[in-house]
Design a binder for this molecule. Structure first.
Ligand SMILES: Nc1ncnc2c1ncn2[C@@H]1O[C@H](COP(=O)(O)OP(=O)(O)OP(=O)(O)O)[C@@H](O)[C@H]1O
Ligand SMILES: [Mg+2]
Length: 371
């Protein structure tokens, strides 16, 4: 896909911004705190309906303003999409796709896809499973709107079940209503588990090859989806039965603790290099390389699933990569429309020779410069 136009109104530190893109490679260069990441954030918002760095939409609206608008125009194999996201400090956000308001956020998924790569992505390896679940959920949601719906539904059912568990502590008679929620949780949870497992398997096949190249054939990367529900033979009915069995077996414990102890909200994705858990044994450089392998695999995965490469958003990551890894990224840059931020062109030695568009960003204003 190709992003042609981006327009912002009262978004973060921008009053009004109109950018037109004619290149596959776009640089945003500027000092710290001038608004480079804000631009990538607005593109990410247009893809997923949310920011990559906050769940509070109000933070995105320019201070002392009530509403903001992010508008994108994207060319795809199947035509042009125009996406508008209206944020308001008092009302719910509104998304329109080609002028038609979306009834649910899930409708946005798939119109504009992107992979964001920032230095914070090291969290995927270093921090707890929440980050890795977010990684999987974001990726699968973008290509499978149904997954996004199921995830929302699952979380709603889970919240209700947890509420009920606490209620049962006070009113034990309510326990007889629990099986209805178990059934719904197992039904939606099975779908999510299977989708995540399939995703991790596909990603593993791609990532292993990429990582091998990045490590000059010295490292074998493996990815494993770790489910809290036994998979058995992988048959969907069997997984659902296992899900129900686990819920029932832990019911007394769940009631005592007032929280659901198993399910998709507990699952994880493990990464290992030559069999050793990256999170525990990986060096800093190895962790960085695994993240790069994952990000490049995401691009390839989306391409295989949708027939088109997503946009690639590189926030401040070039300076952290050595020339060899920068070169690997560049190999992709030819095929993928890429947006790169940096404070200094010197950080981009490996790519700055390539033809592209350059915008100089200063205090919420962009000035295009001849390269
Ligand atoms: N809601 C908002 N209203 C007005 N200004 C905001 C808002 N949110 C953030 N900012 C401003 O945006 C600027 C930060 O923008 P951004 O994160 O894009 O910087 P950056 O150019 O990527 O910097 P760095 O190189 O440090 O990453 C800061 O000056 C911050 O005060
Ligand atoms: Mg930044």
């Amino acid at each position: 896909m190709f992003l042609r136009e981006l327009s912002l109104r009262s978004f973060r530190n921008y009053d009004s911004l109109e950018l037109k893109f004619s290149s596959n490679l776009i640089f945003f260069i500027g000092r710290n705190a001038q608004g480079k990441t804000n631009i990538l954030e607005s593109i990410f918002l247009s893809c997923t309906g949310r920011s990559h760095r906050t769940s509070r939409d109000k933070e995105l609206i320019k201070r002392d303003h009530d509403r903001s608008l992010v508008k994108t125009r994207v060319e795809k194999l199947r035509g042009i999409s125009e996406i508008s996201i209206y944020l308001s400090s008092s009302d719910k956000k509104i998304v329109t796709i080609n002028g038609t308001p979306a009834k649910r956020m899930g409708e946005l998924m798939g119109h504009l896809n992107c992979v964001m790569f920032s230095s914070e992505d090291l969290k995927i390896i270093e921090e707890g499973p929440v980050e890795r679940r977010r990684f999987m959920d974001m990726e699968i949601s973008q290509i499978k709107p149904k997954y996004f719906y199921f995830l929302q539904q699952y979380n709603r059912i889970l919240n209700h079940r947890n509420y009920l568990l606490k209620e049962i502590q006070r009113k034990p008679a309510l326990e007889k209503t629990l099986p209805v929620w178990n059934e719904q949780l197992a039904e939606t949870g099975t779908y999510i588990t299977v989708q995540r497992k399939n995703f991790v398997n596909s990603l593993q096949n791609i990532a292993r090859e990429i990582h091998k190249k990045l490590s000059c054939n010295t490292e074998e990367l493996s990815l494993v989806y770790k489910s809290s529900v036994p998979f058995g033979t992988g048959d969907i009915r069997e997984i659902k039965e296992n899900f129900l069995k686990e819920l029932e077996q832990r019911q007394a414990d769940d009631i005592q603790r007032g929280i659901t102890g198993i399910g998709c909200q507990r699952d994880d994705m493990l990464t290992a290099i030559n069999g050793a858990d990256t999170r525990i044994f990986g060096s800093q450089g190895q962790k960085r390389t695994v993240v790069l392998s994952l990000k490049l695999s995401e691009l390839e995965f989306m391409y295989r699933e949708t027939g088109e490469y997503p946009l690639l958003l590189l926030d401040d990551v070039m300076s952290e990569l050595d020339p060899f890894r920068q070169a690997m990224l560049i190999e992709y840059i030819g095929r993928v429309q890429t947006f790169i931020t940096a404070t200094d062109l010197n950080q981009l030695k490996a790519v700055s020779d390539l033809k592209g568009q350059m915008f100089h960003i200063e205090a919420g204003k962009a000035r295009e410069q001849a390269v």
